[in-house]
Ligand binder design. Sequence first.
Ligand code: NAI
Length: 327
Amino acid sequence: STAPVKVTVTGAAGQIGYALLFRIASGQLLGPDTPVRLSLLEITPALKAAEGTAMELDDCAFPLLAGIDISDDANTAFDGTSVALLVGARPRGPGMERGDLLSANGGIFKPQGEALNKGAADDIRVLVVGNPANTNALIAQSHAPDIPAERFTAMTRLDHNRAVTQIAQKLGVGVSDVHKLTIWGNHSATQYPDLFHAEVGGRSAAEQVEQEWLENTFIPTVAKRGAAIIDARGASSAASAANAAIDHVHTWVHGTPEGDWTSAAIVSDGSYGVPEGLISSFPVTSDGTSWKIVQGLEIDDFSRAKIDASVAELSEEREAVRSLGLI
Ligand code: NAI
């Protein structure tokens, strides 16, 4: 039998953590043949709640769950870890300016990057879920110089999945009939869900809808879905966010299907005019080890303007954290 793989979840006592941990422990993250050892990182006041969740994990008697460790110390939580899901973050409070938000998150993601650099396993893969996810990933990555930069990723898979369902419902097909959809840019309201390269039934998705629907319904529905969930549920997306985190890591580890791609925010190599080093969402494939940006897509003027606007926001966030000394 294989040795357990250590998986660290930060913000483990939060609502995404609660939706995520049971699925990891049941084998949905790494597959049915890989035992996992869960490491839960929380802030001190939330340790007791994390212990409660650990009790429930025990009570599931998951055959693949080899053990659970709980800590409020990043060095302990990341020591020897192979998968780090960075979910815990500082939400924007009332009256909080962007600089305050970035500083508060710098205080979380800088030490976590340092702790990963010090102790993570050689095969470490990092997914940042906590917002602002792309820039938090950039902060952590910049404090982990010994880890290859491409191991730091941020989550746009929830946006991707939302977009897949919106177009499938519009065209009256199943979600499995939608291929090659892309989320470009930042996980924020400026993100660009791209239907021009997406295919439904072997044909361009964009050609099967009206441009008016694409611009005024599809794009805003996907980009503002998080707010719509809060409005309806009285709480932010949790199970769907956890599901997307599972999807992201599962695809990274097991690879994308032949002839298709997905969306993930990964470090830019300059492709599609996205400045090098930004952690931006792209069309990506995985071979089971690393992500690769799908090359050679033609970008028309409409898409170019949308991608540029979201990437400009990422550049501004990078400038802001640079001037705050966080990277
Ligand atoms: P939550 O508030 O329920 O839980 C966050 C948890 O993080 C809390 O238990 C808190 O104690 C913990 N935490 C705070 N600082 C920490 C630190 N330094 N180390 C370890 N744990 C720490 O929030 P929820 O709903 O679970 O969301 C978590 C994050 O995910 C938020 O930033 C949210 O905006 C983001 N999110 C991102 C999505 C995406 O698509 N990328 C989608 C949905 C949410």
